[in-house]
Design a protein around this ligand. Sequence first.
Ligand SMILES: [Ca+2]
Length: 532
Amino acid sequence: MRSTFRLLFIMSLAQASFAASIQAENRPNVILIMVDDMGYSDLSCYGSDIQTPNLDRLADHGLKFRQLRTYSRCCPSRASLLTGRYAHEVELGWMTAVDEQRPGYRGGLTRDLPTIAELLRPQGYATHMIGKWHLAPDSTVKQFFEGGSTAGTFPTDRGFDSYYGIIDGASNSVTYDAQGRRVGGGYFTPWMLVRQTRHIPIPDLPENFFLEESFGDELVRVIESHPDNQPFFIYHAPFAPHNPVEAPEARVAPLRERYRVGYDVLWKQRIARMENLGLFPQGIDAALAKPFFEKSWEALTPEEQVAWIERAANYAALVQCVDEQIGRAIDTLEARGLLDNTLVLFLSDNGATKQGCLLTRLHSNLANAPFREFKSSSYEGGVSSPLVMSWPDGVPARPGFVDARAHISDIAPTILAAAGVEYPQHWGLKSIPPLESQNLLDPEPSVRPLFFEHESTRAAVIGDWKIVSGGLDQPWELYNLRQDPFERNNLASSHPDMLAQLEAQWNAWAGTHQVLPLEPALWGVRIKKYTQ
Ligand SMILES: [Ca+2]
């Protein structure tokens, strides 16, 4: 009896390995691209004035999702993207700014659960990362730049064969000396550029260095030099269009004219294009998408108008530059005959930001159209992103927009499914829970509830309903997304039972996903509190 079982076991192993070897020949390459702080409608295939012909081309040959939701901030979104889990589960419920020494908030990606790169590499994938990491604790990064080790927290420690990019995220602002000369930071003189585990200091950068172009060079180099007999996974995380919004003058100059008309007109044009593209859900009148601007364009001073045009033109130049680099990658794939069997995914980590001044908000309102609020908020403007997916050999093109409700944690299981890699039951010596997230290529994806928390802004999206709160001192609001996808009509007082039901579900999620207790302290106070 025992020998029969053994024989069956060996036969099933042999079949499995035969299946794996057949599959291995056809396994797709994967390029996962996630930009930083770009709004929901900032691609031309989502209605933007910004021209992104290369992403539009990918979308034409693949899929565009109407509703991808993310975390509302860099670190948690990046943690969720790479692990397929809610960020609190992988210890990045907040930022890398501080280790709070409590579950959910350790300030760095847990080593107890795998990244997609750590799962793909043992299955034969070459793994490369280009761009912004922002998953290592700030204290570790600081020690690294003072001569310390990576302490197991850099991309090359977490499953990537190669890495070129900005290791930190929050420290790239531009600084000037007493004479007003630029010392470093931003896209031209980044502080924390790293290749593998070696810092590239600013004096070593070539003349006319521009970060996004250098990422494009690396992307092309990796694809060109890749051996034929192995699939690859590239995670490309541009810094663009994160603050400081700046681009080479040659890229910005042709774009200024486009923005002179002002944001009131640009909003109307953008909403009209969205309507023509079929981006609004069925039955939703585009007239519901009223703008959220705090001031009309005419109410700005001429100086403010010029400053707004500068921001809008530089921002557009950054997004168009990223698109251009993606175009170079597409051309390189095509030249090598790899394009049809490459799964390309494109998204943004969160909505456009309000960090800055009134003019930033007036620009980000346009970027996040038709939604309200910004990065860091759990309203739709903070957590909504485009999602473009292309894989000609694996996913038939579909015109219009995919309605399926997607979450950033769904990207990892989608990639694993495309690569034929099963999520493990064990990691190291420990058994690990299965993923709650789902493969977006599943022909009949289930509609699961989605939950959000960042700096005490909270939300739950369940069925047609959403509850959202702007902070611990803010009451829950209730919206019917089917009738009111732009969160205009708060139904909390007329539907208290529905609100209570969703609130109970949010509390249950928070209680089981290392979210509680919430921390009301703001950035500086919060860091101080946990470093004392
Ligand atoms: Ca971000």
